[in-house]
Structure formats: C-alpha cells, structure tokens
Ligand binder design. Structure first.
Ligand code: NAP
Length: 338
C-alpha cells in the first residue's frame, strides 16, 4: 500500500485508485481523474464483463469480476465507492478491512449509525475515509469560504438553496427504490444541507415537510433549519421537477448569488447591500469537477493525514444524523429500519 512513497527524490509515485461499482457516476469520476492526470489502476464490478468493458474504455490495467478481488488488489491504494448508498457501508468496510483508503460517494451511508461504523473502522486502522461531497472542493466554493472568512458579507444570516431535478419515475430506479436508498433527500437534498452546514455551521433545529412518491420514497422536501450561529437556512429538493438550482448566502453587508448549477463549477456575484457589485467569479475547470476531491484525498495521503479539513468524517456523521431526523419527520424508512 502506497502512502507517501516516492519513486525518486522529489518524484512521488502515483497514488493508485480503484473504482468499485462502475455505474453512471463512476464513469464521470474516472474521466475527471484521468483528465487531471491521476492514476486509476483497477476497476471492480459484480460482473467480469462490466469490469472488462469499463477497463477497456479507460485503459485501466486491472479488471476484477468482484468487489472482493478489487479490494485485495495490491496495486490499489484508495478505493472510490460508487455503489448505491444502501451498499456504501458494506463496500467501504470491505475496502477498509482490506487495508485500503476510501472515498465514498454521497451520501456517506444510509443513516448515521452506518456512518459511525465507517468512521470508527477507518480511525481504528489509521486509514483515510472521505465522503465524496465533491461540491465542497470546487474552486468557487474555495473562493466563497475565503470571502466569508474575510468578513466581506458581514454577519452571515441566511442560506437559501435548491437541488431540484427531473429524474426517472421508474419505481425500480435507485432514486425511487427504498431498498437502494431511494429518495430525493439522500440523493439531491444532501447537497444544500451539506452546503448550509459548511457555510453556517451545524444545524441545531430542523423542520421538514415533504411529499412521498408511489414507492414511499420522498420526491419533494422543504427544509427550514436554524444553525449554531442563529443563522437560518431554507432548502428545497425535488426528484420530479427541475428548478433554478441556485444558492444564495445572505449577510448583513453583502450577499453572494451562486448561479445555476450552484453545486457544479459555476459563477457567482458578490453584491453589497446598497447594490454595488463587489466581485464576479467565473470558474473554468476541466471536466465535471470531480477531480478536486480526489486531489485533496491524494494531498492528505501524501501528508500522512487521515481526515479531510473541508469535510471531516465527524461532520459527515452529523449531517447523516440530521438527514435521519428529516426522514423521520417525513415518515421515510428504509427496509433495514423496519
Ligand atoms: N457525485 C455525484 O455527482 C453523483 C451523481 C450521481 C450519483 N452519485 C452517487 O453515486 C452512487 C451511485 O450512483 P449511480 O447513479 O452511479 O448509480 P448506478 O448508475 O445505478 O450505478 C451503481 C452501480 O453500483 C453497482 N451495484 C452494486 N450493488 C448494486 C445493487 N444492489 N443494485 C444496483 N447496483 C448495484 C452496480 O455496478 P456493478 O453491477 O458493475 O457492480 C451499478 O452499476 C449513489 O450513492 C449516488 O448518490 C453521485
């Protein structure tokens, strides 16, 4: 297992990524890693043919017909877990127990108890575990945090954001199937929840109302929360109807308006309360932007660190607990909870 290994003085050997579950998002992630010059050495699927086709498409040297074989591959240092969220805990634990670091797709798990399990196993084995909330790592978010830290907004009082998409209605699709962790909250709503948490700190009080679809999975959720500082957030999510997908941070001296699609590389404006434009930012990045979280993971590993500054495991666990609370208010339960 590579940690900070160096091939020659000043030339660190690459950190080697393994892709677990080559579905839709694994394609986008792998493309972004390769565009950024990172090294993907292996892929593991439940089916050998799927792994082989994925490996051929991206020129990946090792194709494994099971997740067990992937995590046992000595040429893999860190495993990207891209299965449905119902399986994140099992697959992350499989990789951690094989001695691999993990970057786990969002949401980290189905609920807070599962998130605690990943946190504890990673800590016990001194391995890195990170939730792949890629938005946190995007350049426009880095600049926004700088502006807030510099006091440009004054006291930040509110965040308003939506994540709304028109997605498949098929009851068997993972978005709707409860056995696969279906529901707009865990798939989409987690973005504005995590964003509000990042900007305003922990949610101390949360109220949620919503609408459930045919399978019992939530299709629309409206969330109102109070954060530790007293600031409030107002969040909407839908898996059936596409809205503006903008986000706004409101301070006593100025506000930030993040353009659609706020959770992808995008632009924003900082406008003073009197209407003066203070800053305009436009992000231009290669690909979809999923490489920044991977670059952060690699930097942490090279520095021998085991937790992300931008989204520590403890915060991922706390966010899962808030999502548990919201789901309880909506009446959404997953099969394992019944
Ligand atoms: N960061 C983002 O922007 C983003 C976007 C979309 C999704 N995601 C997250 O990524 C994860 C995967 O989403 P996706 O859209 O890529 O899903 P997907 O296209 O359905 O792919 C998931 C893959 O998981 C594997 N899998 C293992 N057990 C499975 C099971 N019981 N049922 C179905 N598939 C199973 C399958 O791969 P094999 O059969 O080949 O093993 C499948 O191709 C989710 O947690 C989701 O929240 C993140």
């Amino acid at each position: 297992m590579t940690d900070t290994a160096a091939a020659a003085p000043g030339t660190p050997s690459p950190i080697r990524w393994g892709i677990l579950a080559p579905g839709g998002i694994a394609h986008a992630f792998t493309r972004d890693l390769q565009t950024a010059g990172l090294t993907v050495t292996a892929v593991g699927s439940r089916r050998q043919e799927t792994a082989a086709a994925f490996a051929a498409e991206y020129g990946i040297p090792h194709a494994h017909g099971s997740y067990e074989e992937l995590v046992a591959d000595p040429d893999v240092d860190i495993v990207y877990i891209a299965s449905p969220h119902s399986h994140h805990r099992a697959h992350a634990v499989l990789a951690l127990e094989a001695g691999k670091h993990v970057l786990v797709e969002k949401p980290l798990t189905l609920d807070a108890d599962e998130a605690v399990a990943i946190r504890d196993i990673a800590a016990g084995r001194e391995l890195l575990a990170m939730e792949a909330m890629w938005t946190r790592y995007l350049p426009h978010m880095v600049r926004i945090r700088e502006l807030i830290a510099a006091g440009v907004l004054g006291e930040v009082r509110a965040v308003v954001a939506d994540h709304t998409q028109s997605l498949p209605v098929d009851p068997a699709h993972r978005l709707n199937a409860l056995e696969l962790g279906g529901g707009s909250l865990l798939d989409l709503g987690i973005y504005p929840v995590s964003f509000a948490w990042d900007i305003l700190g922990p949610m101390t009080e949360v109220r949620a109302l919503g609408r459930l679809g045919e399978t019992g999975a939530d299709t629309e959720v409206a969330i109102a929360a109070v954060h530790e500082s007293g600031a409030v957030s107002s969040i909407a999510t839908s898996s059936r109807a596409a809205g503006p997908n903008t986000a706004h941070i409101v301070g006593t001296d100025a506000r930030i308006d993040i353009d659609r699609v706020w959770y992808e590389p995008t632009s924003f404006r900082v406008t003073a309360t009197d209407g003066t434009l203070l800053e305009e930012h436009v992000s231009v990045v290669d690909g979809r932007g999923m490489q920044f979280q991977a670059l952060c993971a690699e930097q942490l590993l090279r520095e021998g660190r085991r937790d992300s500054d931008l989204l520590p495991m403890e915060q991922s666990v706390a966010i899962m607990a808030a999502l548990d609370d919201i789901r309880a208010q909506l009446g959404v339960t997953y099969p394992k909870e019944r």
